[in-house]
Design a protein around this ligand. Structure first.
Ligand code: ZN
Length: 336
């Protein structure tokens, strides 16, 4: 049984999840070829996963059979689960009995191992699936926050090579995530507009960290990038959130995302990365304010270096690549 424990000393939470010890150590290949066992995420192997929660399917196809573009299944080695009871106090300590939801979104029916190989339509199906799942889980009153992320490659913590995304629903708002929304709310109260609006306005005036613009969305290297070649995709104007993005905006984001990942691949070769899709807290919390104050954002975090003691003890990361140089190289990295 997993537990979400509150760390009183650092004012943060830890997921103690012994179930994760049994997670299969599936060999990861840098190439397209899958090494070893048949891949449970490939089309035709639907019987190897738990029954699907949702799938984007061609008309006339049946659940848990072929004919899908994306497929969502419960995580077999889930860190949290919905069925368990909530919050307990235990003397000085407090914990939740692993309360939450853990889903795996299988991004493509083909054995694609890198998001940088995706077509725009792959990215559109993926975004539509995230839209559906977040929209569905948002209705669960027991959840306070949804963490939506991808791990690609061993350095990013991936244990399955077939492209997939994870969605973890939690009964509380993680400290880091809540603070992003709190800061944006405070900025709005002082300045009358969204923090990302000001950031992007400044980035577009300066231009040196902007990579590409498509429609309302801009891909740029953040001024204080934590990771070398870190990229954010966001919009100056309010464009909705992952569960309310319009069809046109999904198509624009998909196109900019595919183009950005291809630029990164041309510059870095095979690279491991984490990807985060912003999700405003599901419950209104004092000081966080409206979700509209935070723009929909995708953050790509290449994992070129391991963090050491300095990073872990101070929270300050040493990034050896200036965001200005990264943006210049990515801007110039166009199709031959
Ligand atoms: Zn596969």
């Amino acid at each position: 049984m997993s537990e979400i424990r509150y760390d009183r000393l650092h004012d943060t939470h830890v997921l103690i999840a012994p179930e994760r010890l049994r997670h299969p150590d599936v060999p990861l290949s840098e190439s397209d070829a899958f090494v070893g066992e048949p891949c449970p995420f490939c089309e035709g192997n639907e019987g190897m996963t738990p029954p699907e929660i949702f799938a984007h399917r061609s008309e006339g196809s049946f659940p848990n059979e072929g004919g899908w573009d994306t497929r969502v299944v419960p995580n077999l080695f889930k860190a949290v689960q919905l069925e368990t009871p909530p919050h307990h106090h235990f003397g000085l300590f407090e914990y939740w009995e692993g309360f939450g939801a853990h889903e795996v979104i299988i991004d493509t029916p083909r054995h694609t191992t890198s998001m940088s190989e995706w077509s725009e339509s792959d990215a559109v199906f993926w975004l539509k699936t995230l839209r559906q799942r977040v929209g569905d889980l948002r209705r669960d009153q027991r959840l306070a926050y949804l963490s939506l992320f991808k791990n690609e490659g061993r350095n990013a913590g991936a244990t399955m090579s077939h492209c997939h995304t994870q969605l973890i629903g939690l009964p509380m708002i993680p400290k880091n995530c809540g603070e992003i929304y709190r800061r944006s709310y405070e900025y709005f109260q002082t300045n009358g507009h969204a923090l990302m609006e000001s950031i992007l306005q400044h980035e577009e005036e300066t231009g040196c960290r902007v990579i590409e613009k498509k429609g309302e969305f801009t891909a740029f290297c953040p001024y204080a990038s934590t990771y070398p070649f870190e990229v954010m995709i966001s919009s100056m104007k309010e464009a909705g959130q992952i569960d309310t993005l319009s069809r046109t905006r999904i198509e624009t984001v998909a196109s900019l995302l595919v183009s950005t990942l291809q630029r990164l691949k041309r510059q870095l070769g095979v690279f491991h990365f984490n990807l985060w899709v912003s999700t405003p807290p599901l419950i209104e919390n004092e000081g966080i304010g409206s979700a509209d104050l935070c723009r929909f954002t995708i953050r790509i975090m290449p994992r070129l270096y391991q963090f050491g003691g300095f990073e872990h003890t101070t929270g300050i990361v040493i990034n050896p690549v200036t965001p200005e140089l990264a943006a210049k190289l990515l801007r110039e990295s166009t199709h031959e």
